[in-house]
Design a binder for this molecule. Structure first.
Ligand code: WT7
Length: 631
């Protein structure tokens, strides 16, 4: 027995009921085991899954930071996500419950999922898609996005899902960079009672594409869309062809073969393609979901993210299926037609574990408690938060109003790059509102100053991770140098997260935010460079700088400063036009809150925009060190 230490600050201890139900009651013992035997811990988790061939070596760090996991093993994540369940009672279990925004619904068993994925895979195969080929998927939250992702994985093809809220430029850049052969989309998607014109955006994006041969279109809205002969095919037409029938063999892959790439914003330049692999990702995502959200056979899990983000990849699609769980997916907006849509869904489907982002909680909090109070939320037993720090007020509202004070909140810190939760409680860990508690089993984090020295407890610094983990990114696709540069060069031997944080005297971590030029808007990750290049693509703009400033609901909002071209007048109508311009090019999520016209931008002598200074000025804060300022 370990002595219970008195923790500092406001602490929520798990109830006896929660501890009773939790599969892992002694957090310390597992943490200690993993700390002493990192490879042993992960190997024992990997043993719970099926492999065509077991590994010769758990971790190969001889070419660090190009780590390899489960070296020599053969697998396919689809074998564990679908195939193995078909041999058990789980073939009849629901894999997915789905509701469309208009109210239509579907329920798909593991048996049914297998049929759908085989059909999609047969079609892709007939289109010439095979191992290593890239396929871009650009759809809304409908079951077919899951089928398409799994179909690619089944064939060993690499999917690149682009969030359906992105617009033409963002989509085009990702299709071209990945050199995708095939694009999978839908005729549209439902959002707030309106149709998102997915197909139109694809048409624009692939107009000059050097790589795309085929566009597969899933019918969702039934509206008429343009179909280009010889390039565009309706999915339901292809499904009628004899080639679509029957089983499609799950490709036997090396554990280190790529599973997907996912673009995310970084410090500089265009978004980078983060690469994840079959073996390690399958072990890491399923292990973390199992311990953190403690999924049991009678649970109904709802990760309310979009499959187009890493949260959806890992915790809507892959990990729940590997665990043989039942997932719920909802197509539309949380406040459509009324602000109680989400609460209504929880009651209607009896969902028991719910995972969302602070921005959504803050947004729904504004409508008041009467909306959730109309619904019976007693099926809930665990809650989760992800994407940005959760402010204690939102945490407490979520805990009291949604969780009825009985559901612990799993505040999970992680990244596209990490693939799975990294700093996170489990249900038995005492919680402090606003802290993700401690690193997951097998991991340690440190807070360093600029020179790489450890800072004292309670002091802010750069957060780094100490040990490799199975679901870690393997590289940046087609750009290994950037991988080393971005994550492993500032502090050799450590993984640099790009976040600043503090550790308190209990060893709990408190994330402050990004230290680079990444802005988190409603939990979405955007680079200042993308927003700025969209702005300067407008004929009126000569130069632009974007920063993130605090926002009550979004966490951060984008504020942009523009220098206009000679002869262009600074009119309010132009500001509106520029806001729309950014939205049309990148997507609504990148919409600046405000545009300010300026004559000059603060720059370093080497010509770099000092966004830090713009931010300090906007907030009326101390400008800090300005010795590098040009004038
Ligand atoms: C960045 C990664 C991976 C999930 C979705 C975001 C911030 C993420 C938390 C949290 C405080 C968080 C960090 C991180 N972040 N979760 N629980 N508490 N901050 O993935 O788009 O790759 O963004 O999100 O700043 O670096 P992402």
């Amino acid at each position: 027995m370990t002595a219970k230490k008195q923790l500092q600050g406001e602490v929520f201890y798990p109830s006896a009921e929660v501890v009773e139900k939790a599969r892992l009651k002694d957090w310390e013992a597992t943490a200690q085991w993993a700390a002493e035997d990192l490879e042993g811990f992960w190997a024992s988790e990997a043993e719970e899954l099926e492999w065509y061939k077991k590994w010769d070596q758990v971790l190969d760090d001889s070419k660090a930071p190009f780590y390899k996991w489960f070296v020599g093993a053969q697998t396919n994540i689809v074998h564990n996500a679908i195939d193995r369940h078909l041999k058990t009672w789980r073939r009849n279990k629901l894999a997915l419950i789905w509701e469309g925004e208009p109210g239509d619904s579907r329920a798909i068993s593991y048996h049914g999922l297998n049929r759908e994925v085989n059909q999609f895979a047969n079609i892709l195969k007939a289109m010439g898609v095979g191992k290593g080929d890239r396929v871009t998927i650009y759809m809304g939250r409908i079951p077919e996005i899951m089928f398409a992702m799994l179909a690619c994985a089944k064939l060993g093809a690499i999917h690149s899902v682009v969030y359906g809220g992105f617009s033409v430029d963002a989509l085009q850049g990702r299709i071209d960079d990945s050199e995708s052969k095939v694009v999978i989309t839908a005729d549209g998607g439902w959002m707030r009672g309106k149709i998102v014109e997915l197909k139109q955006i694809v048409d624009e994006a692939v107009k000059h594409s050097p790589s795309v041969q085929t566009v597969i279109v899933v019918k969702r809205t039934g509206q008429e869309v343009y179909m280009e002969t010889g390039r565009d095919y309706w999915y339901h037409d292809l499904a009628q062809l004899p080639i679509a029938n029957g089983d499609c063999e799950t490709e036997k892959l090396d554990a280190e073969d790529p599973l997907f790439i996912l673009y995310t914003s970084g410090t500089t330049g265009t978004p980078k393609a983060i690469l994840h692999t079959h073996g390690g990702y399958m072990v890491g995502t399923s292990t973390t979901l199992k311990y953190v959200f403690d999924l049991q056979d009678d649970d109904r899990w709802w990760c309310a993210a979009d499959p187009g983000w890493i949260t959806g990849h890992s915790y809507i699609v892959y990990a729940p299926l590997v665990l043989g769980a039942t997932s719920f997916m909802y197509e539309g907006a949380p406040n459509y037609p009324y602000p109680d849509r989400w609460w209504k869904l929880i009651a209607k489907y009896g969902l028991s574990v719910f995972y969302t982002a602070p921005t959504a909680i803050r947004g729904l909090m504004r409508f008041g408690e009467s909306w959730p109070n109309r619904h019976d939320l007693s099926s809930l037993r665990l809650l989760g938060s992800v994407g940005e720090p959760i402010n204690p007020e939102a945490w407490k509202w979520y805990h009291r109003v949604i969780g009825g004070e009985r559901c612990p909140i799993m505040d999970t810190w992680w990244q596209t790059e990490t693939g799975n939760f990294m700093i996170t409680p489990t249900p038995v860990v005492p919680l402090k509102p606003g802290s993700g508690t401690r690193p997951f089993f097998g991991q340690e984090a440190e807070i360093l100053d600029d020179d790489g020295n450890l800072v004292a407890d309670g002091e802010e610094g750069y957060m780094v991770l100490k040990h490799p983990w199975p679901a870690m990114l393997r590289t940046i696709y087609k750009n290994p140098d950037r991988y080393v540069e971005q994550y492993w060069s500032k502090y050799p031997g450590y993984y640099t997260t790009g976040d600043s944080a503090k550790r308190d005297s209990d060893g709990y971590f408190w994330i402050i935010g990004r230290v680079d030029d990444v802005i988190k808007v409603s939990g979405y990750r955007l680079g200042t460079a993308e927003i700025e290049s969209a702005l300067v693509s407008h004929p009126a703009v000569a130069e632009a700088a974007a920063i993130g400033l605090p926002h009550d609901v979004k966490g951060q909002a984008i504020h942009a400063y523009c220098i206009l071209r000679a002869g262009v007048g600074a009119a309010p109508a132009l500001a509106d036009e520029l806001i729309q311009h950014v939205s049309d090019h990148i997507g609504k999520i990148a919409r600046p809150e405000e545009i300010t016209f300026v004559d000059k931008l603060p720059k370093t002598r080497s010509g770099k925009i000092m966004r830090r200074l713009l931010k300090a000025r906007a907030l009326g804060l101390d400008e800090g060190d300005t010795s590098t300022l040009e004038d």
